[in-house]
Design a protein around this ligand. Structure first.
Ligand SMILES: Nc1ncnc2c1ncn2[C@@H]1O[C@H](COP(=O)(O)OP(=O)(O)OP(=O)(O)O)[C@@H](O)[C@H]1O
Ligand SMILES: [Mg+2]
Length: 351
């Protein structure tokens, strides 16, 4: 798939600006703080329905405006599609697909797909398991609306359960009431677990391939998905564990087991990369995960997703830059950088 035009009105630093993209590689060149990342933020907004920088939609409205808009025109294999997102200071954002308003954000997902990568994504390797769960969720939500709704329901039930843990005064009363959430939590949890396990199984060979490619055959990456429970009787195990941990959870005020505690362990040549990998190795692993994400989305949707690369060239030597561009040559790629002097046939957008 391809984005052909992007129109930003009152979005971040843009008052009113239109961009055109070509098939293949597009390079956005500009000085620091000129609004390069803002462009990628707008495109990715249409892919996952939210910003990768803030959870507050209103923050993206230009400071001197009361409303903002992102409009994107896309070419897909079998049809073209237009997405419009309207931001307002006084109400929640609204979304139209081909001129028709959608009622739930879930309806937007899977309309257009893409992968975003920036040097900041190193946190995918280095930081808390949250980041790795987010990685799985972003892939699953944009390729499977059912998963998005499922995750939303799980989170809602978890919130309610945690609220009950915090607010119930008498432990005996809690014991008699909490079960109303437990069953739903275990049922949704089991389904999410199964989808994540399937994803990691599908992703693993692609990550391995990308890691070997980027390291010229030196580094083998392996992934292991780790959930609180395993196997066919996931829900049953979880229910039992919720009961066993009830007293502890009551004291702490939150639910300590479930898919909201899942983790992906990542190994490089058999050693855990989070604790033992060098900075360069961790960077390669993060990039390999993203390249694998590209392939898996293609696999799941039957279309080449967009590839959005924010400022990644500054951290790669010439050889790795070339490797990266070669690997991703089929996907429409939009890259931001402050300088571009490579000899190649690309569309340069100066801002
Ligand atoms: N809501 C907003 N309204 C107006 N301007 C904004 C808003 N949010 C951010 N900006 C401005 O946008 C600019 C940052 O844009 P962006 O992050 O896209 O820059 P960049 O070109 O990617 O820079 P760098 O090369 O440093 O990464 C800043 O100058 C910031 O003040
Ligand atoms: Mg930037």
């Amino acid at each position: 798939m391809q984005i052909s035009t992007l129109h930003l009105k009152g979005f971040r630093s843009y008052k009113d600006r239109k961009f055109e993209f070509k098939n293949g590689v597009n390079i956005i060149v500009g000085k620091n703080a000129q609004g390069k990342t803002n462009i990628l933020e707008a495109i990715f907004f249409m892919i996952i329905g939210k910003s990768f920088r803030t959870s507050k939609d209103k923050e993206v409205i230009n400071w001197t405006d009361d409303a903002g808009k992102i409009e994107g025109e896309f070419k897909k294999k079998y049809r073209d599609v237009k997405i419009e997102m309207f931001f307002s200071k006084i109400q929640a954002k609204a979304v139209k697909i081909d001129g028709i308003s959608i009622k739930k954000l879930g309806q937007l997902l899977s309309t257009v797909n893409g992968v975003f990568f920036s040097p900041d994504e190193l946190k995918l390797i280095k930081e808390s398991p949250d980041e790795r769960r987010r990685f799985m969720n972003i892939i699953l939500c944009q390729t499977d609306r059912k998963y998005y709704y499922l995750l939303g329901r799980y989170e809602k039930v978890l919130q309610n359960r945690n609220k009950l843990l915090k607010t119930t005064k008498d432990f005996n009363v809690l014991k008699q009431t909490i079960y109303i959430w437990d069953k739903a939590l275990c049922d949704y949890g089991k389904q999410i677990y199964a989808e994540r396990q399937k994803l990691i199984d599908q992703l693993s060979p692609y990550v391995e391939k990308a890691g070997l490619y980027l390291s010229s055959g030196k580094e083998t990456i392996t992934l292991k998905y780790r959930s609180s429970f395993e196997g066919d009787d996931y829900a049953l195990q979880m229910e039992k564990s919720l009961q066993e941990n009830l007293e502890k959870d009551y004291k702490r005020g939150f639910t300590s087991v479930g898919i909201h505690r899942d983790e992906i362990d990542i190994y490089l040549n058999g050693t855990e990369v989070k604790s033992f990998g060098s900075q360069g190795q961790q960077r390669t692993v993060a990039l390999a995960l993203k390249l694998a994400e590209l392939e898996i989305i293609k696999n799941r949707t039957g279309e080449e997703p967009l590839l959005l690369l924010d400022d990644v060239f500054s951290e790669l030597d010439e050889e790795r830059r070339k490797k990266l561009l070669k690997f991703t040559s089929k996907a429409q790629t939009i890259i931001t950088c402050t300088e571009f002097d490579m000899q190649s046939d690309v569309n340069i957008i100066k801002i």
